[in-house]
Design a protein around this ligand. Structure first.
Ligand code: SAM
Ligand code: DTB
Ligand code: SF4
Length: 327
């Protein structure tokens, strides 16, 4: 049963279960709602890199921190389509374009992004964007162009948020999510662990996600990738057990969501990733780079899939399953 009325205490009780019983429970939910062993492969592309005016403490693309990320203006349509085709040929069924913007503006850059969305959609891939804050009208334009999903993370709890970002509020984020939902675009919304937050912050964030009137279709769980020059450069690495606990709790609370094992995979062994898949993760980002930080090599991921008996998930599976009739 899909529930949107989880209490904070219920979320806390699940999150605090002993680890193995937690994984068992999550795995049972996973098998009920998904095909075990099936993982969606997605590719990210930074279409506009660096120079962002925001102050997100984790982010190598914020202009105010001095990181090694080189700023780059918006890529051309041709560059993006070439990358999308390459991703498709490597087995990705979802292509996510990220821009280091505070918000979308109605200018020629946005016109170009609209064309990119049309082009990637025409390749038969689920097309996703993450471009910062968005008005309802802009969301509608993206939807008309064929945008399938929009990524906009809560990142952390409402209470810890102010320690990480001061240039926009939690309410701003929730408003963008509403605009995306109203335009009929699928919501991709999750967070990061390892920012210095407490267990209670993680519980609060999961509670906020799981009590939305519609659960996000996609929930990325990121482990902080500490980047030199950012305020969080010296944060200790996230423990695998924390990642597994987050994934398992998200799976139990939001059974139908795609739970994405996102940033942080480059530092994980196959064994650690296998635990994440057992706990309910059913998607990864492939390709040698996330947006600006390293990700496992394509060959290494291929070997992992073979070793673990993972099959890649087809695109638009939700739609195909919910179609009124099927042949
Ligand atoms: N500028 C847009 C925004 O903030 O919505 C889109 C791009 S932004 C880089 C997308 C997401 O990447 C962030 O919300 C954050 O969750 C994640 N992210 C950024 N830097 C990260 C890092 N160093 N480690 C883990 N996740 C990170
Ligand atoms: C998400 O939650 N994780 C992805 C995607 N959404 C856009 C991004 C991770 C970025 C990690 C840092 C970097 O490579 O710049
Ligand atoms: Fe800018 Fe997005 Fe990075 Fe924040 S996370 S600094 S909004 S690119």
């Amino acid at each position: 049963m899909i529930r949107n009325d989880w209490t904070l205490n219920e979320v806390r009780d699940i999150y605090n279960l002993p680890l193995l019983p937690l994984i068992h429970r999550a795995s049972a939910v996973h098998q009920q709602y998904h095909t075990a062993g099936e993982v969606q492969v997605c590719t990210l592309l930074s279409i506009k890199t660096g120079g962002c005016p925001e102050d997100c403490a984790y982010c190598p693309q914020a202009a105010r921190y001095h990181t090694d990320v080189e700023a780059h203006k918006l890529l051309t349509y041709e560059e993006v389509i070439e990358k999308a085709l390459e991703a498709k040929n490597n087995g990705s069924t979802r292509f996510c374009m990220g821009a280091a913007w505070r918000n979308v503006r109605d200018n020629s850059d946005f016109d170009r992004v609209i064309e990119m969305v049309k082009g990637v959609n025409a390749l038969g891939m689920e097309v996703c964007c993450t471009l910062g804050m968005l008005t309802e009208q802009q969301a509608m334009r993206l939807k008309e162009a064929g945008l399938y999903a929009y990524n906009h993370n809560l990142d952390t709890s409402d209470t810890y948020y102010g320690e990480i970002i001061t240039t926009r509020t939690y309410a701003d984020r929730l408003e963008t999510l509403e605009h995306v939902e109203r335009a009929g675009i699928s919501v991709c919304c999750g967070g990061i662990i390892g920012l210095g937050e407490s267990d209670e912050d993680r519980i609060r964030m999961l509670h906020t996600l799981a009590t939305r009137s519609r659960h996000p279709e996609s929930v990325p769980v990121n482990a902080l990738v500490p980047v030199k020059g950012t305020p969080l450069a010296d944060r200790p690495r996230v423990r695998i057990w924390d990642m597994v606990r987050m994934i398992a709790t998200a799976r139990i609370l939001m059974p139908k969501a795609m739970v994405r094992l996102s940033a942080g995979r480059n530092e994980m062994s196959y064994e650690q990733q296998a635990l994440c898949f057992l706990a309910g993760a059913n998607s990864i980002f492939a390709g040698e780079k996330l947006l600006t930080t390293p990700n496992p090599q394509t060959d290494s991921d291929r070997a992992m899939f073979e070793l673990l008996g993972i099959t890649p998930r087809e695109s638009f599976k939700h739609e195909k399953q919910n179609a009124p009739c099927c042949d």
